[in-house]
Write a protein that binds this ligand. Structure first.
Ligand code: ANZ
Length: 827
């Protein structure tokens, strides 16, 4: 065919790959294995460009590794349960199962039309009982181990979704999914004891050297370990003590007042009669202001003196006790020791109310800090001054010493606090995994025995979204018998958070049809951890933290060989509309992949995703760029047609290539090198593709004459086809077969060896230049091809032998022939 017509080749190659089974994992049992995974999609709507980008990035990696000779696992599935499908059902009455099934059908078709090299035999759908059955199995195992427990506590209640949501799903007191206000509600719920793994999850981050630092930092902050101390201050003239929590016990000699939260249980009791009225009024006012407003960065610090005094246990000094807005009742102990010289909030408060400021920490280097000239608190660590026996210690030493001393002397202890909370996973919703618990009057909450799983989600629930679990209204589901005594009993009607499904799906791909256990531990030993995981950075503190927790639990259960699920994480940027705004119905700038594939072919759409920017960067959809890439592929096609005469050139003739043909060979090898390097380190597919474009330009510029010329052209064409394979696999396959002809008969580029490069040809940028003195050869230097006289001369003058011949003589003249020779004429 003279013209590039993707529509006429793409489905043909997709069929060939499928029939040959080239994407099946385990096809090369002797080879080293690689597991490439992309976050599986949530099929609540149609496939969009964001999906196309993730899967194109992952597919390029998988295809490249397959050509490198690895046995590659590259699976796909659907994260089918969860709120969005149920919320949509409430709007239009369509059953979530019907909706997700329809969407999955269209997702599959679009993914196949894009030519992704998935092992479709391993597909999983989390809404299938054969999958969520194992969620229930894990639940029962974790209940046995005490990792799952029932608690009554403050839960985040989303007023829009009418269900409890996880801490991680609350953003600025609103629901991360629907944007509605989130209230705190006292509800009984099931929770995972993820906090028991806090230290291990934190330590594990150090080993994740191939994760973006942004993600590990977000996890570190979310886990939020804060080491400090609790110290008891006796209240003067009463038997009471106020316990304060501090992360800076090293500053305790600089404490000049103590502050209680307005809601602190001792507030009323400690307040002296003279101050009672003022304190009561303040507390009342604070009760009516919400926490965020009270403690926000810009909120003015305000407070009232209680009339009482506290005794600093280290110094015996009495300091006044205040009540103030910036101390929260729920954090720490609800009371703080204030050190205005070294804490900014305390500083502002002290200035406002005329409380003393005392410097007890001096910077380790630089100007000392002076009370009189202080304009803001000095908050860094340093060395202690005016601190009794602790004077002279560094902050870190003092923290250790003073908290230990507090413990010895019985007025305090070192403490560790965490930001991470246990993961509440009960949802008062329908479209999720039923929690396998039966409530019996005699035996309480009884887990369903694992041999009776799954507890199947009934289809007939009426979804109202009013807050009462829909399953509670399905008598055939609710009414059952107690697994222990056989008496009538009722099922738990809550379902599990969808993040349960995604916490272990990567392991289910290892043996997706296993009906004896969640997956085969033998297979896990071969394939885990996942080598590369591609997905959106928005999952940093939810999915990506939850699955690290879950993997640890699986390790304890002897199912997986490692603590961490993923070695390398690639977080991809967003695909914006042509206007640079995030694609959204609201802006009317959505471009769907399907129509683009019909118009330009899958290869062009894929190439756009990879060429527009490196994976982590956001990209803007651009019709012009897409058209440009279509033209590039057409150009590639036409040069193959135009150089058909070179297809039969003999490889042996390559050795004779010289002049322009040698230049072409050098460019070919340099291109191989650059594309190969684009797959290593920071992924740079875009520069690899740019190199390929230059190679194609060079092919257009070169008119082959001799057999050696034709051999060089053939080499370049074959390399170009192979290098295109991870990016634009269909056209690559077609052209590769064209240029190799019978040699490729019965083979597929998809599993052909990745081209290697000859380092000597890549170093083509450097030439060897002869160095003469008075016409006699005295040495040679290596210089860049384009090196000018001055540079080559300097190199030559650096040679010892040349120096010897120039010593004591005057250089009359320098003859320079670019790329060949430099001759010093001396007298
Ligand atoms: C004395 C001190 C001196 C403090 C100093 C800081 C600097 P993180 O790191 O976030 O845990 N604090 C303790 N409980 C509080 C509460 N309920 N409401 C408001 N603030 C509270 O913060 C711990 C620090 O926050 C503690 O250390 C305490 O102030 C304050 F130079 O104690 B610090």
């Amino acid at each position: 065919n003279e013209r590039y017509e993707p529509q006429s080749i793409e489905s043909r190659w997709q069929g060939r790959w499928r029939d040959a089974g080239v994407f099946h994992a385990g096809r090369r049992p002797q080879a080293e294995e690689r597991y490439v995974l992309e976050m599986f999609p949530y099929p609540s709507g149609a496939m969009h460009m964001g999906h196309a980008r993730v899967y194109t990035i992952g597919d390029a990696l998988a295809r490249h590794l397959r050509m490198k000779g690895f046995d590659v696992l590259h699976p796909i599935g659907f994260d089918a349960l969860g709120l969005p499908a149920e919320n949509a059902a409430i709007k239009d009455g369509k059953h979530p199962r019907a909706r997700t099934e329809e969407n999955i059908v269209s997702f599959r078709a679009e993914m196949k039309s894009l030519g992704y090299s998935f092992d479709w035999d391993r597909e999983i759908v989390t809404a299938d009982p054969s999958y969520y059955r194992w969620n229930q199995w894990f639940f029962v195992k974790m209940l046995e181990k005490g990792i799952v427990y029932r608690r009554v506590g403050k839960a985040n209640w989303c007023t829009g979704c009418n269900t409890v949501i996880a801490n991680e799903q609350v953003v600025d007191e609103t629901c991360e999914r629907c944007g509605s206000k989130v209230l705190e509600k006292q509800i009984p719920e099931w929770a995972f004891r993820i906090t028991a793994y806090a230290q291990d999850l934190l330590d594990g981050l150090d080993g994740l050297t191939e994760w973006p630092e942004r993600v590990t930092t977000m996890q570190r902050n979310w886990i939020g370990k804060s080491e400090g101390a609790e110290v008891d201050f006796a209240v003067a003239g009463s038997g009471r003590t106020v316990k304060v929590f501090t992360t800076r016990v090293d500053t305790i000699h600089g404490c000049t007042y103590v502050v209680l939260a307005p809601e602190h249980p001792l507030t009323a009791e400690l307040t002296t009669p003279a101050q009672r009225e003022a304190v009561q009024a303040f507390v009342e006012r604070m009760r009516r202001t919400d926490a965020a407003e009270r403690t926000g960065e810009g909120a003015p610090k305000e407070g009232v003196f209680t009339g009482a005094h506290a005794v600093n246990p280290f110094t015996g000094e009495e300091v006044p006790i205040w009540v103030a807005n910036f101390v929260l009742a729920e954090y720490g102990t609800g009371a703080v020791m204030s050190v205005p010289a070294h804490d900014q909030r305390d500083f502002e408060f002290a200035r406002k109310y005329g409380l003393p400021i005392r410097v007890v920490i001096q910077p380790a280097v630089g100007e000392p800090v002076e009370e009189a000239r202080l304009e803001a608190a000095f908050t860094d660590d340093g060395r202690l001054v005016s601190s009794g026996t602790a004077t002279g210690l560094t902050s870190a030493e003092a923290r250790r010493r003073l908290s230990a001393e507090a413990k010895e002397r019985g007025f305090g202890a070192p403490t560790v606090r965490w930001h991470l909370r246990d993961w509440g996973f009960s949802r008062q919703r329908y479209w999720g995994t039923p929690i396998p618990i039966v409530y019996c009057e005699d035996h309480g909450a009884v887990p369903v025995p694992v041999d009776q799983l799954p507890v199947v989600l009934p289809d007939e629930a009426i979804i109202t979204g009013t807050g009462e679990p829909p399953l509670a209204k399905v008598p055939s589901f609710v009414n059952t018998t107690c697994p222990t005594c056989g008496k009538p009993a009722k099922r738990e009607t809550e379902t599990m958070d969808t993040f349960v499904d995604s916490s272990w799906y990567y392991a289910r791909y290892l043996s997706p049809k296993d009906d004896q256990r969640p997956f085969d531990p033998e297979a896990a030993r071969r394939w885990l951890p996942v080598d590369v995981y591609v997905g959106g950075p928005e999952h940093a503190v939810m999915h990506l933290l939850y699955f690290r927790f879950w993997n640890r639990v699986m390790q304890e259960l002897g199912l997986v060989p490692c603590a961490e699920p993923v070695k390398r994480l690639v977080t991809q940027g967003i695909v914006n509309g042509p206007d640079g705004r995030k694609m959204s119905k609201r802006w009317g700038n959505v471009v769907a992949p399907g129509p683009m594939v019909s118009r330009f072919g899958a290869d062009t759409v894929r190439l756009f995703m990879l060429f527009a920017a490196p994976p982590e960067k956001d990209i803007d959809w651009s019709d012009e760029q897409v058209e440009g890439l279509f033209r590039f592929l057409s150009r590639v096609w036409r040069i193959f047609v135009a150089r058909e005469g070179c297809f039969g050139a003999s490889e042996a003739a390559l050795a004779d290539a010289s002049g322009e043909a040698l230049e072409l060979r050098r460019r070919t090898h340099r291109t191989i090198k650059r594309v190969t390097e684009g797959f290593e380190g920071d992924l740079k597919f875009n520069t690899g593709i740019a190199a390929l474009m230059e190679l194609v330009n060079a092919l257009y510029a070169f008119e082959p004459g001799s057999e050696a010329d034709r051999a060089a052209v053939r080499e370049a064409l074959a390399a170009a086809a192979a290098l295109l394979a991870p990016f634009a696999p269909h056209v690559a396959e077609e052209l590769w077969h064209a240029v190799l002809g019978p040699v490729a008969e019965g083979k597929l580029l998809a599993e052909a060896p990745w081209p290697g490069f000859d380092p000597a040809l890549c170093a083509a940028d450097v030439v060897t230049i002869a160095v003469q003195v008075n016409g006699k050869l005295r040495g040679e230097v290596q210089a860049p091809v384009g090196a000018a006289e001055a540079e080559v001369r300097a190199l030559a003058e650096g040679l010892e032998k040349v120096q010897a011949h120039l010593a004591g003589k005057t250089v009359r003249k320098v003859v320079f022939v670019p790329r060949r020779l430099v001759n010093f004429v001396v007298g």
